[in-house]
Design a protein around this ligand. Structure first.
Ligand code: ATP
Length: 357
């Protein structure tokens, strides 16, 4: 449905915001553009919408290049972060507006029927006579999405649509957005910097950093099979533990432990792992206190309760680590524990962040 090919964007001041970005999006998929502030997410959205033109590369819809197509002819619905509703119009007038002007103009009865249909889908029927200023953030959000959908776009672009909502409402609305786009069957690109939000609603995530795609994959793979150190650190909460290690003659060493490399699953880590310096990445759920022998001992200096789980904080050498245990595991601050790794779940990166195992 959408192909982005070698897309580059250099702004007038010479800043290279996108460096050869490639991805494809299947029809009907909900895809997140995810990444830290400034990585180029909005730039990509604006290029797809036609609000910016690329410095190089191509964007194709259903096989046809659209880079020379006017924004209004791209058949895109764009919902901005601030919703951009018309403040002097009621909800109903806002939703009707695109159907009363321009080439999407419809006869009044037809326009009203379309507006009613989508207002029912998005549950805003009861708000029809209200002005945007009297609505909550979540309600304004729904109105903005409804106004985009009535135009029957082929692609829906949502730029950080949940950023103005409180935490609880974000959870609710993100579920609603997923249900809605699946019900309507519209191809949707959703921009967010919130990895948890992206993991929870996407069919696919395109994770960017500094204008470069780091991984383009389904949510589960970003967590379980990160392409590199950046992805491993960006996805997951609490953040993955990172330990500098050296490997020599089949033994992995850190200032606080020495373990045979053969303990790691053989299909991923090899006993004959080349000697050298590496970065070991291990998720907090994969470093656990054990009763018997483990990799190292540590003193817990902080315990945080998060719902069903406790996060244990401790140091080994110069490194700060976190371990997630069940709430039933009543470990207190100051506890002296032995920890071991779930070896097959570990990742190994080269110092430049490339993943090798
Ligand atoms: P955020 O999550 O903060 O919105 P983003 O990932 O959407 O970030 P973009 O808005 O795409 O990031 O910006 C990418 C980079 O390009 C940023 O470093 C930004 O400062 C820069 N940039 C954006 N617009 C321009 C412009 N018109 N001229 C120069 N640089 C720009």
């Amino acid at each position: 449905m959408i192909e982005v090919i070698d897309l580059k964007k250099v702004f007038e001041n010479g800043y290279e915001a996108l460096k050869s970005v490639n991805f494809t999006i299947e029809k009907g998929d909900l895809v997140c553009l995810l990444g830290p502030s400034g990585c180029g997410k909005s730039t990509i959205l604006n290029l797809i919408a036609g609000l910016l033109s690329p410095s190089d590369g191509d964007i194709r819809f259903a096989g046809n290049s659209v880079v020379k197509t006017e924004p209004k002819d791209r058949n895109i619905g764009f919902v901005f972060q601030n919703y951009a509703l018309y403040p002097h119009m009621t909800v109903f007038e806002n939703v009707m507006f695109p159907l009363t002007v321009g080439d999407k103009k419809k006869p009044k009865a037809e326009a009203m029927a379309i507006a009613e249909k989508y207002m029912e889908l998005t549950n805003i029927g009861e708000l029809r006579n209200k002005k945007p200023g009297t609505l909550s953030g979540g309600q304004q959000q729904r109105v903005a999405i409804t106004r985009a959908l009535v135009q029957n776009p082929e692609v829906l672009l949502l730029d950080e649509p949940l950023s103005n909502l409180d935490a609880r409402l974000r959870l609710k609305i993100r579920e609603e957005i997923r249900r809605l786009v699946k019900e309507v069957g519209i191809t949707t690109i959703f921009v967010t910097h919130d990895q948890e939000e992206a993991l929870s609603i996407s069919d696919k995530i395109i994770l960017l950093n500094e204008g470069v795609v780091q991984q383009d994959d389904d949510p589960q793979n970003l967590y379980l099979e990160p392409a590199n150190l950046f992805v491993a650190q960006f996805i997951g909460n609490p953040i993955i533990n990172i330990l500098p290690v050296t490997v020599k003659d089949g033994v992995m060493s850190h200032e606080e432990f020495h373990v045979p490399t053969s303990r790691f699953a053989e299909d991923r880590f090899k006993e004959d792992m080349p000697d050298g310096s590496y970065i070991l990445g291990i998720r907090p759920e994969d470093v656990l206190p054990v009763a018997g022998e483990g990799a190292f001992d540590a003193t817990v200096h902080g315990v945080e309760l998060i719902g069903r789980e406790r996060i244990l904080n401790f140091e080994i050498g110069a490194n700060h680590l976190k371990s997630i245990v069940s709430i039933e595991n009543e470990i207190q601050e100051g506890a002296e524990l032995t920890f071991d790794f779930a070896y097959p779940k570990a990742f190994l990166f080269k110092p430049d962040g490339t993943r090798i195992y």
